[in-house]
Design a binder for this molecule. Sequence first.
Ligand code: O2Y
Ligand code: MN
Length: 603
Amino acid sequence: MAPTTNKKLLNWVAEIEKMCTPEKVVWCDGSTEEYDRLMAEMVASGAAIKLNEKKRPNSFAFNSAPSDVARVENRTYIASVKQEDAGPTNNWIDPVELKKIMTKLYTGCMKGRTMYVIPFSMGPIGSPIAKNAIEITDSPYVVVNMHIMTRVSTEVLRLIEKEDYFIPCLHSVGSPLEPGQEDSRWPCAPIEEKYIAHFPEENLIWSYGSGYGGNALLGKKCLALRIASAMAGREGWMAEHMLILRLINPEGKKFHIAAAFPSACGKTNLAMLKSTVPGWNVETIGDDIAWMKPGKDGRLYAINPEAGFFGVAPGTSADSNPMALASCSKDAIFTNVVVTADKDVWWEDMGVECEGGTDWLNRPWKPGMKDEKGNKIKGAHPNSRFTARAEHCPIICPDWEDPKGVPIDIFVFGGKRANTIPLVHEAFDFEQGVYMGATASSEPTAAALDVDAKLRFDPFAMTPFIGYHAGDYIQHWFDMGEKLGDKAPRCFYVNWFRKTADGKWLWPGFGENSRVLKWMCDRVEGKVEARETPIGLMPIDGDLTLKDLDISAEDWAELMKVDTDLFKATLEDAKEYLAKLGDKLPAKLTQQLNALEARLAKH
Ligand code: O2Y
Ligand code: MN
């Protein structure tokens, strides 16, 4: 029997059951018993591999289909009623047409499968910033991942009954089973049948054909970013692609930092930073998404809407991120990594030796193996993932589940630039901060130095996740600034990736980034002055501590150099990029572009 009396929910589940025709319907409750049962079923069917209980307690590995290994941006749609509301950064289809196409695909798509109904909360259950939702899926892999990444609970059903509201998220792997047909280890549909669809006016998500990560765990990118950013724009709050951390100074004062970086810029590493500044400590609140609302005191309060980390495995090591490694030391799910001969996991740049096992395609594998062309065969897929419980992170903040959130003091934006952008600069004011976030750019590879032509602009690291017009989204940032007034967070821009002319990193990164965060906190506290430059405020020599770092005076000067010619070139690239926003380009952004241009012209 359905564990709810809510008519809206019962009607929706009945409608989906009628369309998808599953063999049975199971209402999930988020219990340990449910998790264990589903895992046992998947181990029995061969879909999951139980890992060595002594080395990796209560942990499992999965191998996806080779064609289903990452988010599929070219199959991701914002189906707003008007095309202009989706803007230039999104694929758009008319919602009526898309529903017609997808209804055809969904019809009978769960044949021979179980349809799971997952009640989940994004954010601490009952928090004024959290949202209640239901994901319907025919993938037990999705159910167990949702157990870790969100709060799955029957308590959510009670809230849905009280509020008579939930966000409906429909997912199918798109692979019906005929009677007697053997299932594959990772069912999914061919790429041209995959659709990751968002209907922002209805707060509705329909996903079809993929079982992987952001395509299928619908609480994450689909709800917490695309649908939530559109809701936040309408309702006056913020849904951002940002980590959240707390930095505590030696006097015990707490600073809360939210930071946005494009992928491959070390966001998860920064979220779990081990500070190298004596007496300063970092606590993790979230590694990917921040939901923020003005509080009664006029400050901006943030929650992490997620309950776990869906982190990239390759490159995660005791050096780069010991806290992430500890987080997935037990109760974890691994997707597309190497399963070693003794049934543990391994991936490239894990920092430990591996004697061999099976690779992400479940083939026998040894390090150093080469293909017929002589290229090294990687054991783990570059986008292989660990799903880990946030509560297992050794430095998880004691207040990470505080329903009211934490007050944000600092926004950090950044990107990967081999030249041009100094290690750190501060915005003169919030509006310049919005300019910094809106023009954040990164190079796809740090290998070359003459890479400016290949610059990728990624406003607020949100390009694939803005659920409406990017111009309206940037305007919303300005509006939030006006609303917050002098309580708005201070804004900074960082570049950990600057290089010398001969290609040597100028900044050690990792834990040493805490020195830069400390300078930001000292600025917020008014402990240090800054020097004015055309691009913003920068540290006075000596204020950003370099104690015990092997950085020469020349390298420091290079790291902090503002090369106005290079900056002017970036400004021209930014103008060209922003022109895509057409008449939705916020006037305040144009003012910022002009003001920066004028300041650069004076130098
Ligand atoms: O490829 C996927 O489905 C995962 S994408 C992802 C996962 C965790 C955090 N961030 C991201 C992202 O693409 O930003
Ligand atoms: Mn992300």
